[in-house]
Write a protein that binds this ligand. Structure first.
Ligand SMILES: [Cu+2]
Length: 141
């Protein structure tokens, strides 16, 4: 258990050094959250627009049966917005193994984005269930 932890942290650290810095954020990420939300959630959204948002963005490309990235090791904070942007040429199912878990329908089109937060610390796998690939494992602390 301890060994796995250390390896994950090392891999994540290496990725941060090599990784590409924060992407552009545009409007429209909220489209996936169609459910009317409580006032507290709306208040958080407003803060998000004023301060520079601390988001984790994962860009996923699915093309010709290949997925990029796979098995990426990432880190996030509890309640940090995590956005998965997907360009795909095939329908699939994106599964976020958080607690509670999230399932998103991936369609065969570019420019899809799915946003969630993780409230329970732990290791969260992001999987594509049709292609049976793990896109990323997010260490949420
Ligand atoms: Cu799954």
């Amino acid at each position: 258990m301890t060994t796995t932890r250390t390896l994950t942290v090392l891999a994540a650290a290496a990725l941060i050094t090599a990784g590409c810095g924060g992407g552009s954020e545009g409007p429209g990420y909220e489209t996936q959250q169609a459910t009317p939300s409580e006032t507290t959630v709306n208040a958080q959204d407003m803060t998000d627009q004023q301060a520079p948002p601390k988001r984790l963005t994962i860009d996923v490309m699915i093309q010709g049966g290949k997925v990029t990235p796979t098995n990426e090791q990432l880190k996030a904070a509890v309640n940090q917005p995590i956005i998965i942007r997907v360009n795909s040429d095939v329908a699939d199912e994106l599964h976020v193994h958080s607690n509670p878990e999230h399932t998103y329908k991936v369609e065969a089109k570019p420019g899809q984005s799915f946003q969630f937060t993780v409230n329970v610390p732990g290791s969260v796998d992001v999987e594509l269930h049709q292609l049976k690939k793990t896109v990323a494992t997010i260490a949420v602390q």
